[in-house]
Design a protein around this ligand. Structure first.
Ligand code: PGA
Length: 252
């Protein structure tokens, strides 16, 4: 089995102002100075990308975006393209977050287009998949995840997953305080790896699959100890330096 370097990605969502993100970043940067930390990326609102890039310069933390346009350029008022993100040294881009899927009607097709645009710039997509509560209760979790994955695999090609990250985020666990149990999460992570292995064993073995959905300092270690959970995508807890640092340490 490949050894996968754990990745912890902060997803600040639409939170913070300069007055709050400056001290937060400073504390995170200081807290991650030692060598045995996981890889860490901070996915920030577009408008703070330049500020965060400057602060992170020279550190081991990388910069990420929370979204990207499915188009390369043109008359798309208010949108940000993958080449623009590349211009500002973004390394990771979250694609297909459930909040984008549900509040902004992003379809699997649009998400596949975004995934391809990110890869074409040499950036790394963090492709989010996950079921709604009704879907879990109806016993169709695997079908939902398979559909979300396969749409991207068919359109983009399995080869692009060589340089991608997947985040399993059960929608019912996001921001709700409900976390999937380590067993529930591991089961779906294993399923995702199996789906990828049907196309390419080596990619399935190598790809990092993050868990997201109410990860906290208290539950992180047990989640990350499971063989197919390679780190986390952290929303609320990434806005509190001490909590986020404890989650990063839980990957050790
Ligand atoms: P949460 O968000 O940690 O606040 O549940 C996770 C996410 O949506 O990425």
């Amino acid at each position: 089995m490949a050894t996968r370097t754990p990745l912890v990605a902060a997803n600040w969502k639409m939170n913070g102002t300069l007055a709050t993100i400056r001290p937060l970043l400073h504390q995170i940067k200081q807290g991650l100075l030692s060598a045995d930390n996981p890889e860490v990326t901070i996915c920030v609102p577009y408008i703070y990308i330049q500020e965060v890039r400057d602060v992170l310069q020279g550190s081991k933390l990388s910069l990420g975006a929370q979204n990207v346009s499915e188009h390369l350029s043109g008359a798309y008022t208010g949108e940000i393209s993958a080449p623009m993100l590349a211009d500002f040294s973004c390394r990771y881009v979250i694609v297909g977050h459930s909040e984008r899927r549900s509040f902004y009607q992003e379809s699997d097709q649009i998400i596949a287009d975004k995934f391809m645009k990110v890869c074409a710039q040499g950036l790394v997509p963090i492709l989010c998949v996950g079921e709604q509560l009704q879907e879990r209760e109806a016993g169709v979790t695997e079908q939902v995840i398979a559909r979300q994955l396969n749409e991207v695999i068919h359109k983009a090609g399995i080869g692009l997953f060589e340089n991608a990250v997947i985040a399993y985020e059960p929608v019912w666990a996001i921001g709700t305080g409900l976390t999937a149990t380590p067993d529930q999460a591991e089961e779906v992570h294993g399923f995702i790896r199996l789906q990828l292995a049907r196309h390419a064993d080596a990619i399935a073995d190598k790809i990092r699959i993050l868990y997201g959905g109410s990860v906290k300092a208290e539950n992180a270690r047990e989640l990350f100890s499971r063989p197919d959970i390679d780190g986390g995508l952290i929303g609320g807890a990434s806005l509190v330096a001490g909590d986020f640092l404890a989650i990063c340490q839980a990957t050790r």
